[in-house]
Design a protein around this ligand. Structure first.
Ligand SMILES: O=C[C@H](O)[C@H](O)[C@H](O)COP(=O)(O)O
Length: 221
């Protein structure tokens, strides 16, 4: 049986096959880090990258890849965004933000034409919510948002962490998310929420899933 790192490496290698040129959107986390290693090998093909976190930006620069400001990139030039997920369903709805980068990830994903999700087999789930749902909140709204999340049936816990945007994260335990599109919108409507880790309104277009039998490619129909 392959180790989790071997699976992450295999899926990152597969994702690099989608790199044809232009500007690449790069996610955050341990799987995305493996992708950065692969991207570095084909960096002569691309015009730079857009990063979804300060950590990713630093890592890209360390590999000699130019990091561009998203505001200076036209959507036509950002063909793919490659990122991991904490959970994903067969409908390509994702739960993300375990690394706290959810807001910037969602912004880059919104601009990119295609979201390529790279995961190992442990991340594919029938229903989202076993992994606590991260919600980025403005610091002054922390208690208010926590109370509202309790009304939705969750148990929010404050993470000991400050996001790249200077905000806080509430990790919401105990949710069974049967309708991710609705839940994403509902949580985002709470005043003080910056965004939440459900990526359902903008699901992945391609899921590259590393399994013991190789990397499977699942495309959203
Ligand atoms: O904020 C972090 C991101 O959403 C990550 O993509 C997610 O947590 C998956 O990370 P990893 O590849 O380390 O499991």
């Amino acid at each position: 049986m392959a180790s989790q790192d071997e699976l992450k490496q295999a899926v990152a290698k597969k994702a690099a096959e989608y790199v044809k040129g232009g500007i690449i959107g790069v996610g955050t986390g341990s799987t995305a880090n493996f992708f950065i290693e692969e991207l570095a090998k084909v960096k002569s093909k691309i015009d730079g990258a857009v990063a979804s976190s300060e950590a990713t930006a630093q890592r890209l620069r360390n590999h000699g890849i130019e990091v561009l400001d998203l505001n200076d990139v036209s959507p036509g030039d950002l063909e793919i965004y490659v990122d991991g997920a904490d959970e994903i369903t067969e409908h390509m709805h994702m739960l993300k933000g375990g690394g706290g980068a959810l807001t910037r990830e969602k912004i880059v994903a919104a601009v990119a034409q295609k979201f390529i999700c790279i995961c190992d087999q442990t991340k594919l789930v029938p229903v989202l919510g076993k992994f606590p749902l991260p919600v980025e909140v403005l610091p002054m709204a922390r208690s208010h948002v926590a109370r509202e999340l309790v009304k939705l049936g969750g148990q929010p816990k404050l993470r000991d962490f400050t996001t790249d945007n200077g905000n806080l994260i509430l990790d919401v335990h105990g949710l069974t998310i049967l309708n991710p599109v609705e839940m994403e919108a509902q949580i985002n409507q709470i005043v003080g929420v910056v965004t939440n880790g459900l990526f359902a309104a903008r699901p992945a277009n391609v899921l590259l899933l590393a399994t013991d039998d190789g990397v499977k490619t699942i495309t959203k129909s």
